[in-house]
Design a protein around this ligand. Structure first.
Ligand SMILES: NC(=[NH2+])NCCC[C@H](N)C(=O)O
Length: 408
């Protein structure tokens, strides 16, 4: 355990030192053909194989001297504290579906649990047929397979439930009902685990929707935020206000993306692989635009004024904000069908370990070949099971410490 609060990240590509992952577990066993759509999975993963794939991902990171933290380990350590337990139980049981009888029963069950058992209940959830009869109206009338506490299969995608901008951690505000509870857990860990020393914050789950998969730290001071199925226009504005007020950035680029499952986050179509290079889904490379938002000072009443420029091509607006001649787009040169297939399988969702070194799914052979031709070292991982939740190496990782972005 380090004594210092994490230093966070000021870019997408500074050498990765510490990352937060979630090893998929019992929560994936909850997926059935009847609930997988609602729980945002496109299939029913083979859990043991998903774990093997994830372990190999974690090992590939450790092999590059990255410290891997696991969300559930941090959570279990946090839940050793009685106040943290009380908060966790209170928030998990705060929904209006339970009724007082069931809530009282579950409060007792969770209250008696060890920290590790409590982590299990909070992540894998509790189904109605797992409580024994005699607990009143709610359990009698709800379907046997209804969840009293929802499982969180998308915890795997740690990118979305928190992200760091320099030394501040953002607890996000997740848009989809199936993911809302995830931030109860990240909130708890960042607030109460000693490792984080109550790290300074921006954002929060009660604010406008912003998900970490939409947020790209293009360079120190320049943040791109996708606006689409998840992050709302108001979420992008809220993020801009906060990073300007805190002196974390001078420009926020709001980037509209199609409100579709295939492009649910900006990082499904574009990720950075070098200080001045992105890999981008070819079918949007020419059409992606950005609205540059900058700090325009304060009004008389003290509120922050935002200057919003008109839409421009994304790569042009980004290069200007970053103060570089060009933000290069690695042209994967793929035909539209191959491009669409590999985008669906998260070919563009790479995790940079350092400039010109990126983790990618091995199955996207064409995209990876083009990355290598462009001088990027590709660390390949398999993801046939992990990918059924529609997320790649970037989605499955939340960088907690990166070295400052190298110049040039
Ligand atoms: N940053 C990302 N692209 N995350 C992918 C999240 C996938 C997840 N199943 C969802 O639909 O929310």
């Amino acid at each position: 355990m380090t004594a210092h609060a994490p230093t966070g990240a000021d870019s997408e590509v500074g050498t990765l030192r510490t990352v937060l992952l979630h090893r998929p577990g019992a929560e994936l066993q909850r997926l059935t053909p009847g609930n997988n759509d609602r729980l945002l999975f496109d299939g029913i993963p083979w859990v043991a194989r998903a774990q093997e794939e994830h372990d190999a991902f974690a090992q590939a990171l450790r092999d590059r001297d990255v410290e891997v933290l696991y969300l559930t380990e941090l959570l279990t350590e946090t839940l050793a504290d009685p106040d943290a337990r009380a908060t966790a139980i209170g928030t998990a049981l705060s929904g209006l579906d339970l009724g007082d009888t069931m809530r009282g029963y579950l409060a007792g069950k969770l209250g008696d649990a060890t920290p590790a058992e409590l982590t299990h209940y909070l992540t894998a959830g509790i189904r109605n047929d797992e409580v024994r009869g005699g607990f009143g109206l709610v359990t009698s009338l709800l379907p046997h397979d209804a969840f009293l506490i929802d499982p969180l299969p998308n915890l795997l995608f740690t990118r979305d439930s928190s992200f760091w901008v320099r030394d501040r951690v953002a607890i996000t505000s997740l848009a989809m009902p199936a993911r809302k509870r995830e931030t109860q857990l990240t909130e708890l860990v960042y607030s109460l685990h000693p490792r984080f020393d109550a790290a300074p914050r921006i954002h929060g789950h009660q604010l406008e929707h912003v998900e970490g998969g939409d947020v790209l730290l293009l360079s120190p001071g320049v943040i791109a935020v996708g606006v689409g199925e998840r992050t709302t226009p108001a979420g992008a504005e809220r993020l801009a206000r906060q990073v300007f007020e805190a002196g974390l950035a001078h420009t926020v680029l709001a980037v509209p993306i199609a409100q579709e499952r295939a492009t649910m986050h900006l990082d499904t179509v574009c990720t950075m692989v070098d200080v001045d290079k992105v890999v981008m889904y070819p079918n949007v490379a020419d059409s992606l635009t950005a609205y540059a938002v900058t700090d325009a000072g304060h009004a008389d009443d003290g509120s922050l004024l935002l200057a919003v420029a008109g839409a421009e091509p994304f790569l042009v607006a980004a290069a200007r904000a970053m103060g570089i001649d060009r933000l290069h787009h690695i042209d994967t040169g793929l035909d539209p069908v191959t491009a669409e297939r590999e985008q669906w399988d998260d070919g563009n969702n790479t995790l940079a370990l350092a400039p010109r070194v990126a983790v990618a799914y091995e199955r996207n052979t064409e995209t990876n070949a083009r990355l290598e031709e462009a001088g990027i070292e590709v660390v390949r991982i398999s993801g046939s099971e992990l990918g059924s939740g529609r997320g790649g190496p970037r989605c499955m990782s939340c960088p907690i410490e990166r070295d400052p972005m190298p110049v040039g």
